[in-house]
Design a protein around this ligand. Structure first.
Ligand SMILES: Cc1cc2nc3c(=O)[nH]c(=O)nc-3n(C[C@H](O)[C@H](O)[C@H](O)COP(=O)(O)O)c2cc1C
Length: 230
């Protein structure tokens, strides 16, 4: 079976629109549960992602139990406290003021994991780059993130968690790695810029600064917001 190569213009624009207007969302979730069929569509989008050797290593835990969510939230608070301690001065104050998760407010939590020892795919593509199993799961998360945007569902990725602690809470075996802990829910609107940009933590860099020709050019390496201040 084959499909026509290019999309119709409106379909193509819709894909780019989802990509351009996707945001990491951690506030403003509506108090409205996500219907099961919608969750199924989002998980199908994730499960359709490319994977190394067709390994399909991604696994999904829909976290609904409030006790478990509270435990994950407590783990976040602990990890966030440790992260805060690594900053000083103005940065520290700024970090402390950021909202970096929505574990308890979002109607749905989802942990996306990668089974590194799945035998599927017969090791194709992983001999020299075993980390491609995790890359495959990142692709799955991005698919879900874009599908969620089209559905009016905000997604916030929480990585301020100790994976070992998360593993204890969610009973994750050693061969399975938690890649993303996601907070999901309907939102009214999506911000036009990343929240970290709006609150002055970091700014986006133009595409031209990250493209080079033929060889890598370290002199083009973009600096962070402080370094680029006049
Ligand atoms: C791997 C990964 C981990 C992230 N972890 C966090 C996190 O722990 N807390 C948070 O608030 N945002 C987190 N984010 C969201 C980023 O801050 C966000 O993607 C970035 O600021 C750009 O904003 P945008 O996604 O709205 O374009 C994470 C994003 C990625 C890709």
């Amino acid at each position: 079976m084959t499909e026509h190569a290019a999309f119709e213009i409106e379909e193509r624009d819709a894909v780019y629109r989802a990509i351009a207007t996707r945001r990491d969302v951690r506030r403003g979730f509506l108090d409205k549960p996500l219907p099961d069929d919608l969750i199924h569509r989002l998980l199908s989008a994730a499960h359709s992602a490319p994977s190394v050797g067709l390994m399909q290593p991604s696994r999904f835990i829909l976290v609904r139990d409030h006790g478990i969510r509270r435990a994950v939230h407590a783990a976040f608070l602990q990890a966030n406290e440790q992260a805060l301690a690594t900053y000083a001065g103005e940065r520290r104050e700024q970090y402390a003021s950021l909202k970096l998760e929505a574990i308890l407010e979002a109607p749905q939590n989802l942990c996306v994991l990668s089974n590194l020892q799945s035998e599927r795919g017969h090791q194709l593509g992983r001999h020299t780059m075993p980390e491609t199993a995790i890359y495959s799961t990142v692709c799955a998360i991005q698919n879900l993130w874009l599908a969620a945007r089209a559905e009016g569902v905000g997604v916030g990725w929480v990585s301020i968690l100790d994976p070992a602690r998360l593993g204890e809470i969610l009973h994750i075996p050693a061969n399975v790695v938690p890649v993303g802990y996601l907070c999901l829910g309907y939102v009214d609107r999506f911000a036009t810029e990343p929240e970290l940009e709006r609150y002055g933590w970091e700014i986006r860099i133009p595409l031209e600064q990250v493209v080079s020709y033929d060889i890598y050019r370290p002199e083009h390496e973009p600096r962070n917001a402080e370094a680029t201040k006049p």
